[in-house]
Design a protein around this ligand. Structure first.
Ligand SMILES: [Zn+2]
Length: 388
């Protein structure tokens, strides 16, 4: 018996004024999602806790059963794992932007003109930088982005960003965020690093790296060890891939087309017990305040889900949104999201539609992200008994 957790990123929404108070899920024609709602047990889910505005990273950790408050110290390490860098215990990692600064380190362009070529050469120059007592591992990723790992003894992730997050301001001096000698030492290393980066990139359009989101390499109990089942992940977003990698799951490059991707997922489940699949696009439509696009994407995704009706006769399927992304607000909000769990022994309820309001009447009631894996393992008869 296999299990698929299908996460449509940011698909849930608040009632939208231009949709006459309905949500995109309530407006979209989505026969397959509704069929799954009829067949499964539905509910609403608080990704972490009611009203907590989550990132896609913290919510995916919770959906996989990890406590984000315990394992998440910053985005950096997850991004680093997402681009394929191997983290070790004690490492700290930052997300980086190639940027353009003037002679006084005032930021002229936070993305260095969205530089797309030649960043591999810049990366080589950065990786040649030497700072005593610390190893520097930098990797460029998409466009102007990159990740930096610092490896050495007694480093702390409790340091501030060098990224001022706006143009027209100076690159910030990185500060210790607590009174520990480790944080002070790390801050001075990072500031020395910034000086050297500016030196080796002098004369380039991208003449600085802006650092943010420092985090410590997290200790995630491997998925297989935690649950006794093997896991894989299909996603397009670096951070989701990073989480899966750090959880010891196999990461598979996603096919673009939704139908092809669902088939790819079902094929992957021949080799693994559990698959996490993330479909990113609905979230992006909400960030762009594009209601029409969001509805269209939901309908496109829905069409690709037909094979899941067959799949969920013998296996388990979880369909959900990882958080609400509000079209009006243009960002994640702390609202609950709809969820349906389908499979041979799921206790069907009376809900007939997959949307925010309909599933609120479902048999799962109101649950949290971290409840999903126990529910799934129990239905798969894979969970251990508590007590005699
Ligand atoms: Zn998300």
């Amino acid at each position: 018996m296999k299990a698929l957790m299908l996460v449509c990123d940011g698909m849930a929404d608040r009632p939208v004024r231009e949709l006459k108070g309905r949500t995109p899920l309530e407006v979209a024609k989505k026969r397959n999602m509704d069929a799954l709602a009829r067949r499964g047990i539905t509910g609403i889910l608080d990704p972490i806790a009611p009203g907590v505005r989550v990132g896609s990273d913290t919510t995916h950790l919770a959906l996989l059963g990890y406590d984000p408050y315990e394992v998440y110290t910053g985005r950096g390490p997850f991004e680093a794992a997402g681009v394929g860098l191997k983290l070790r215990q004690g490492d700290i990692a930052f997300r980086c932007n190639f940027a353009t600064v003037d002679e006084n380190w005032v930021v002229l362009d936070r993305r260095a003109g969205r530089i797309s070529r030649g960043t591999d050469e810049l990366a080589r120059a950065i990786n040649r930088i030497k700072i005593p007592g610390v190893e520097i591992i930098f990797k460029e990723s998409v466009s102007h982005r990159g990740v930096l790992i610092l490896r050495g003894k007694k480093l702390s992730h409790k340091v501030s960003d060098s990224d001022p997050h706006v143009t027209g301001e100076k690159v910030r001096k990185v500060r210790a965020l607590d009174a520990s000698p480790e944080a002070r030492k790390t801050a001075s290393i990072v500031n020395a690093f910034s000086e050297k980066v500016h030196k080796v990139l002098r004369g380039q359009p991208a003449n600085m790296l802006l650092l943010r989101g420092c985090g410590a390499s997290p200790r995630l109990q491997p998925f297989k060890e935690k649950y006794g089942i093997s896991g894989a992940c299909i996603a397009t977003t670096g951070i989701i891939k990073g989480i899966a990698r750090l959880a010891g799951m196999e990461v598979i490059e996603a096919k673009q087309d939704y139908s092809a991707r669902i088939k790819q997922g079902l094929g992957t489940l021949n080799r693994y017990d559990f698959l996490l699949m993330n479909i990113k696009e609905p979230d992006e439509a909400s960030h762009d305040h594009d209601a029409k696009k969001k509805i269209q994407l939901i309908e496109e995704i829905d069409k690709a889900l037909k094979p899941l009706l067959e799949f969920s006769k013998k296996n388990y399927l979880l369909l959900l949104s990882d958080h609400t992304t509000s079209l009006a607000y243009g960002d994640h909000t702390g609202d609950s999201v709809p969820v349906v769990l389908c499979g041979p022994e799921a206790r069907t309820d009376y809900v007939k539609k997959f949307d925010e309001r309909s599933t609120a009447k479902g048999g799962l009631g109101r649950i949290k992200g971290q409840d999903l894996m126990p529910l799934l393992l129990d239905l798969m008869n894979r969970s251990e008994k508590f007590g005699a």
